[in-house]
Design a binder for this molecule. Structure first.
Ligand SMILES: Nc1ncnc2c1ncn2[C@@H]1O[C@H](COP(=O)(O)OP(=O)(O)OP(=O)(O)O)[C@@H](O)[C@H]1O
Length: 294
């Protein structure tokens, strides 16, 4: 586990009647953005909370810089919870200052305010923040002790697409400062956009792990052509590189131009044809047989 900042081996968590995490091993390298990607209930939050030292594993080992989690670990990491309780009647700058006081070492608050775009809302009551503003404040709070590693649990859930994109840009800047990030998400686009490495989690286990682009390239050719079943000529059997999914036929191809020529030659109507680059959604479907959002 030596090159890893944080590593887990054989993590398990058993709740009464529910095996939330069923043998997860992973390693997060310094400077990396590592993502746990999976549907609701997959065990992402439970895994994250064990890695944060908040939940005790039923079995398994966690090492931070090669050592078990200790008091020092708490000083060196930051946590953005799904729903950190911000106190009522507290303004943004008061919340920041209060959290900064909890740590021996803390960041330059002015710099943090700039980084997280909080200047314009410093005097706002924390109950009056929009979803994006709240997430920016929660991220600033997670960064208040200048952590080397920050945990983000579904940081953009509930944000509108524009606020989500803004938050991604903010995460880019946090990374550029050298902070290692471990996040959970059920948005595949987010995992593809932000993460150097992902672990796809389903039913408490990791199905596959690696850099998103490589994972996709290993499983799929360059493109997936999708067309409705009714467009396919009845007398033509499906070729080996095709699969039927519900009302659609998917063709897995490397040479799009050549595939289109063949389809036209066999009399397939191309009017409803879609050409897609294979995505994490396709990978998840292939690995589990179901859609991530199902
Ligand atoms: N404290 C608990 N007691 C009992 N069961 C729990 C507890 N916490 C989580 N679970 C169960 O463990 C499983 C995994 O939950 P977890 O919250 O880790 O999943 P998740 O992937 O983070 O999902 P979500 O995106 O909805 O947060 C679920 O079946 C959940 O109901």
């Amino acid at each position: 586990m030596a090159p890893f900042l944080l590593a887990a081996e054989g993590l398990e968590k058993q709740f009464p009647g529910v095996r939330a995490v069923d043998g997860i091993s992973l390693g997060v390298r310094p400077g990396q953005c590592f993502g746990l990607l999976g549907p609701n209930g997959a065990g992402k939050t439970t895994t994250l909370e064990m890695l944060e030292g908040i939940q005790t594993p039923t079995a398994g080992q966690i090492l931070f810089r090669g050592r078990p989690l200790d008091r020092d670990f708490r000083e060196q990491v930051g946590i953005q919870f799904q729903a950190t309780a911000l106190q009522d009647f507290q303004r943004v700058h008061e919340a920041l200052t209060m959290f900064a006081r909890l740590y021996r070492r803390h960041a330059d608050l002015e710099e943090l305010i700039e980084l997280c775009h909080l200047r314009a809302i410093l005097n706002r009551d924390t109950r009056k923040l929009s979803g994006g503003q709240r997430q920016r404040l929660l991220l600033a709070i997670a960064l208040v002790n200048e952590p080397v590693l920050v945990f983000l649990d579904e940081p953009t859930t509930g944000l509108d697409p524009q606020a989500r994109r803004n938050f991604w840009a903010l995460i880019d800047r946090v990374r550029e400062r050298g902070t290692t990030i471990l996040l959970t998400t059920h948005y595949m686009e987010e995992a593809e956009r932000l993460c150097d490495e992902i672990a796809i989690v389903d039913q408490g286990r990791i199905l596959t792990q690696g850099d998103p682009r490589t994972l996709i390239q290993e499983e799929f050719p360059a493109a997936i052509l999708r067309l409705p079943v009714h467009a396919w000529p009845k007398d033509h059997p499906l070729p080996d590189n095709a699969e039927r999914r519900d009302t659609m036929i998917e063709l897995y191809v490397d040479d799009v131009a050549n595939a289109l020529e063949q389809l036209e030659r066999q009399g397939t109507s191309l009017i409803d044809l879609r050409v897609d680059r294979p995505s994490l959604e396709d990978l998840f479907l292939k690995l589990t047989g179901h859609h991530l959002r199902a």
